[in-house]
Design a protein around this ligand. Structure first.
Ligand code: WTA
Length: 650
């Protein structure tokens, strides 16, 4: 990354907003920044009143008692009334909310009016199963319209949803359901993935056969006609329950701080943590950023966030903000290469997409596939292009700019986290002169600052990224674990939120994100904890000890490399190594399966017994590692041994 930055700086590439774009942009000057600088609470209060319809206005903008924040105190709202009812009541019920595109090419468009009816009916279904305000519903679904319907139905009646990414394993479902005491799991028979149905209900059954005991009911949408087993009294077909459901379900005003959802994310320990998001502040920040970062024109734009709703990007920028802002979105079920490598560009041409929001890892893959793919399609409808999830290399930025954006479409590189709820550091496309590879500046009303090891602010150079004041979309805690919340985010640097990322600030005050500084890996934009993978490795009966590192990878950003020591009499073999890799895939889900498992006789440790991860990372970085098991070849062992002889690390 740093080398790439040097390349850019030498070349001095900067991209001011194109004049034509700036002339029509939703925000064109620095007035938001100035307003927020002068009084950030007043700035957010104004945004919250402009963007949100409140049943009862709030009386206090912020109550801050580190680490506990309450935003828009006294305010009452229903988030689904903001996402749906208000548009229908304003005569926009026939406007398309989602153009749904299935992977095999089936399509369905759903209007705001239709979506509202479905949400009310499904809310009644949930009530009929005994769910009420304060309960938690787990959702484990593919990218189908029933997913946002389920989330919104929960939100309408004050049930918090906990969406579990459809690629996760039965164990992940058990952990998350147990931690949250989920009462119901909403799922589907399967979803289309790379040309074939991938079963989901099956995984839920496995989870329920071993745990997740608080779950009383399972609701199953039919996507792929997989005909799963249905347990009498426990399992219900979505369409059966909906057939009898009433569509009368008024939106009940909720407290601004009503728990909206939990979303589990990896930290530095072996158990994922349930990040808590509430209603008013979350909606204010996501709506603000969606409107101004994407320069959204709801009457004419066709917006597409190509993430999966199973991640926070999908929660905030496929479901809540786009609906609350009343725009038409594209929602796509599948992968970028099915049935062909031009799938994304075909979708953009077909719907005349104006905003595309995707991840650097996808862009690097598109680069690898070559320009002939996008060249086959008309991409001239694009007005703003976003990226999220990991640092974007300047080369990938330039490729996106030239080959997708036609050289004149602003790019917004948006830094944020599950914990932040919404975008935090990003250009504003009509205002900011961008530099490829830099996420530029904190949005108005967010105070991002770098600090050194002692917590002293850094004005130029490298440091730890912190947020110096509370912000509306911030997490409200870790479910069931207030101590861990304080300890993880608010203890490393006094009075500051510590994000876990390193960054540098250049002479012009631009921020360059450099990746995680903790034991969290970023693989294709997904957060995976080294500890979690290590635990899964050690869970295999043949493994005595394991160390996991994230090595540099051209395509996925980082790749998971697992070093393992075998137990007692187990013989190292390629088969055993592959079995150990698969074991992690089963325990945690495929995305957490190590790219390579290296069986070693020993692990390098400091004298105090800490595994020398930096050395292991260097060893991994210095070698071409395939999708496979590598036995301890003498060279690796020698390298490790040589490093271990070198003494203590940190
Ligand atoms: C990384 C995703 C650099 C970062 C919304 C952060 C980024 C983690 C960027 C959060 C970006 C996200 N540039 N790094 N534009 N966006 N990250 O919780 O390390 O899945 O801490 O949220 O992704 O990942 P999460």
């Amino acid at each position: 990354m740093s080398e790439a930055i040097e390349v850019y700086e030498v070349e001095g590439r900067t991209f001011p907003p194109p004049a034509e774009f700036a002339a029509q942009a939703n925000t064109r000057d620095r007035s938001f920044y100035e307003e927020a600088e002068a009084d950030y609470e007043a700035f957010w209060a104004r945004q919250a009143r402009e963007l949100i319809t409140w049943d009862t206005d709030f009386d206090t903008t912020l109550e801050w008692n580190l680490p506990d924040a309450k935003w828009f105190v006294g305010g009452k709202l229903n988030i689904t009334a903001n996402c749906l009812d208000r548009h229908v009541e304003a005569g926009r019920g026939d406007k398309v909310a989602y153009h749904y595109e299935g992977e095999p090419g089936d399509t369905r468009s759903i209007t705001y009016g239709e979506l509202l009816t479905e949400v009310k009916k499904f809310a009644n279904v949930l009530k009929g199963l005994g769910l009420q305000k304060g309960d938690i519903a787990a959702i484990y679904m593919p990218m189908i319209l029933e997913l946002p319907i389920a989330m919104l139905a929960c939100a309408r009646i004050g049930v918090a949803h906990s969406v579990i990414f459809g690629g996760f394993s039965a164990d992940a479902i058990i952990d998350r359901c147990d931690d949250a005491k989920a009462k119901v799991i909403i799922t589907a028979d399967g979803g289309n993935r790379k040309g074939a149905p991938a079963p989901l209900k099956h995984t839920v059954d496995e989870a329920l056969s071993r745990g997740a005991e608080t779950v009383e009911n399972v609701i199953v949408a039919n996507r792929c006609d997989l005909d799963p087993d249905m347990v009498d009294g426990r399992d219900h077909w979505w369409h059966d329950l909906m057939a009898d459901a009433s569509d009368d379900c008024p939106a009940e005003p909720m407290d601004s701080e009503q728990l909206l959802y939990l979303l589990y994310t990896s930290g530095t320990t072996s158990k994922p943590k349930g990040i808590m998001h509430t209603t008013g502040g979350y909606l204010a920040q996501t709506c603000f950023t969606h409107k101004y970062v994407f320069d959204l024109k709801p009457d004419t734009d066709i917006y597409w966030c190509a993430a999966d709703i199973g991640w926070v990007t999908g929660h905030s920028y496929i479901v809540y903000a786009p609906l609350a802002n009343g725009c038409t979105s594209v929602m796509y079920e599948g992968t970028p290469d099915t049935p062909h490598r031009g799938r994304f560009w075909e979708i953009i041409e077909k719907y005349k997409v104006t905003q595309l929001y995707t991840a650097p890892t996808a862009i690097r893959m598109f680069m690898k596939w070559g320009t002939q793919e996008p060249e086959r399609f008309d991409l001239s409808s694009l007005r703003v292009m976003g990226t999220v999830g990991e640092p974007i290399n300047p080369e990938a930025w330039m490729w996106y700019h030239e080959h997708i954006g036609g050289g004149n479409t602003p790019i917004v590189d948006t830094w944020w986290q599950t914990e932040t709820g919404g975008q935090m550091i990003t250009p504003l496309p009509g205002v900011t002169t961008t530099k490829p590879g830099s996420a530029c500046h904190a949005i108005p009303g967010v105070f991002a600052e770098l600090v050194d090891n002692d917590g002293k602010p850094v004005s130029v150079g490298g440091g730890y990224l912190t947020i110096a004041r509370p912000w509306p979309g911030m997490l409200r805690g870790i479910w069931g674990n207030p101590e861990r919340y304080l300890e993880t985010y608010w203890s490393r640097f006094e009075g500051r939120y510590f994000a876990g990322d390193g960054a540098k600030i250049d002479d012009d005050g631009y921020l360059w994100l450099l990746g995680r500084v903790d034991d969290v890996m970023n693989v294709s934009g997904h957060r995976i904890s080294t500890t979690e993978v290590e635990s899964a490795l050690v869970d295999h009966p043949a493994v005595a000890e394991a160390a996991v590192v994230g090595a540099n990878d051209d395509l996925t950003g980082q790749a998971i490399i697992g070093y393992v020591i075998l137990r007692g009499t187990h013989e190292a073999s390629k088969e055993l190594g592959d079995e150990i890799r698969e074991h992690v895939g089963v325990r945690l889900g495929k995305i957490a399966r190590p790219k390579t498992v290296i069986i070693v006789p020993d692990l390098p440790k400091t004298r105090s017994g800490k595994i020398m991860r930096r050395l292991l990372r260097d060893v991994a970085d210095g070698r071409a590692l395939g999708d496979t098991t590598t036995l301890a070849d003498p060279a690796v062992v020698a390298e490790i041994a040589a490093g271990a002889a070198g003494g203590d690390e940190d």
